[in-house]
Design a protein around this ligand. Structure first.
Ligand code: NAP
Length: 305
């Protein structure tokens, strides 16, 4: 049976670290860090994510401000809103919740954020710093995953690491961070030939594709460390019957409640083959929010605010 990599517990440790640092700032007469969250429109999933981020701010003592423009906001008005947050000396970090409504250009909006306040680490300047191995604000999901792997003593040096997915938010930065730790890194994607075979070579497998239960137990090298970044809501019972064969509890819940959350990896099967696995939920999700709090603190300290 694989070891469970408890993302939730490690995220709580990270949040506590941030809380202590914020408390110390207050004792020194300094203002707490401030995160500005921009939520365009009423997308229900985005509202849930923003709620979680604001709650984490409250838990750590970070001040949060929300800006909620309507879904029909124009690109130029969104840019103006971002500019106003850039020039607000009381704001340390800016987060534009994705996805944006279709008429808006997400990249253009993200590139407007001042690199010093870019707590998501998506600005090209911060991406460039990561590419060059320089310090800077880094994307929350992969950087928090790396922290957790290190805390569990996972030795990445010389190991074969496979990153499934090549997005700019998770896949590409994760691959760069694994490379920085001297892993031998492969990136796979939708055009990869023989995905199961490529997966079987990995000592460390990071799945970030958004396809429920795609990675089967038979694709996993015995003893591998598996990090499941995917968060998928499954409502289709026949799909559940295929992917939850080794997780009868989840299948039962799906039948009962009509939907369940799961990762890109078949967790029950992975637990029988891998050396260590993150669950979904309770794995990478909480780590991402904790990573955002860390970045907000870092942005504040870097600005000397
Ligand atoms: P994305 O931008 O949609 O990228 C998905 C990647 O997966 C693409 O590179 C795509 O390949 C690849 N892919 C899709 N289907 C594939 C298949 N059948 N075989 C191999 N590769 C395939 O997604 P993302 O933003 O990186 O997010 C990925 C997942 O992580 C989602 O479930 C998302 O909800 C989750 N996520 C979780 C957190 C968290 O906090 N836990 C944070 C961010 C994202 P191509 O490039 O060839 O199209």
């Amino acid at each position: 049976m694989a070891q469970l990599l408890d993302g939730k517990a490690y995220a709580d440790q990270m949040l506590e670290e941030v809380r202590i640092a914020v408390e110390a700032r207050k004792k020194d007469g300094l203002a707490p860090p401030c995160l500005a969250v921009v939520l365009v429109g009423e997308d229900p999933a985005s509202q849930v994510y923003v709620k979680g981020k604001v709650a984490a701010c409250a838990k750590t003592g970070i001040r949060s401000v929300e800006r909620r423009p309507p879904s029909d906001i124009s690109q130029s008005d969104l840019n103006l809103l971002i500019e106003s947050l850039n020039s607000d000396p009381g704001v340390d970090g800016i987060l534009v919740q994705l996805p944006l409504p279709k008429h808006l250009d997400s990249k253009a909006a993200l590139h407007r954020i001042s690199p010093a306040k870019d707590v998501d680490g998506f600005h090209p300047l911060n991406q460039g710093h990561l590419f060059e191995g320089l310090p800077g604000l880094r994307p929350c999901t992969p950087s928090a995953c790396m922290r957790m792997l290190k805390s569990y003593g996972v030795d990445m040096k010389g190991q074969r690491a496979l990153v499934l997915g090549r997005s700019e938010i998770v896949g590409k930065p994760m691959a760069l961070m694994l490379l920085e730790e001297h892993a031998t890194v492969t990136i796979a994607h939708s055009r990869t030939v023989d995905l199961p075979g490529v997966c079987r070579e990995a000592d460390i497998l990071v799945a970030a594709i958004g396809k429920p239960g795609l990675v089967e137990g038979s694709w996993i090298k015995p003893g591998a460390v598996v990090v499941d970044v995917g968060i998928n809501r499954v409502m289709d019972v026949p799909l559940g019957e295929r992917i939850f064969v080794a997780e009868p509890g989840k299948l039962e819940k799906l039948r009962e409640k009509g939907s369940v959350l799961c990762g890109d990896v078949r967790f029950g099967e992975a637990m029988q083959v891998a050396g260590a696995v993150t669950p979904v939920p309770g794995g990478v999700g909480p780590l991402t929010i904790a990573g955002l709090m860390m970045n907000t603190l870092e942005a504040c300290e870097n600005r000397g605010a």
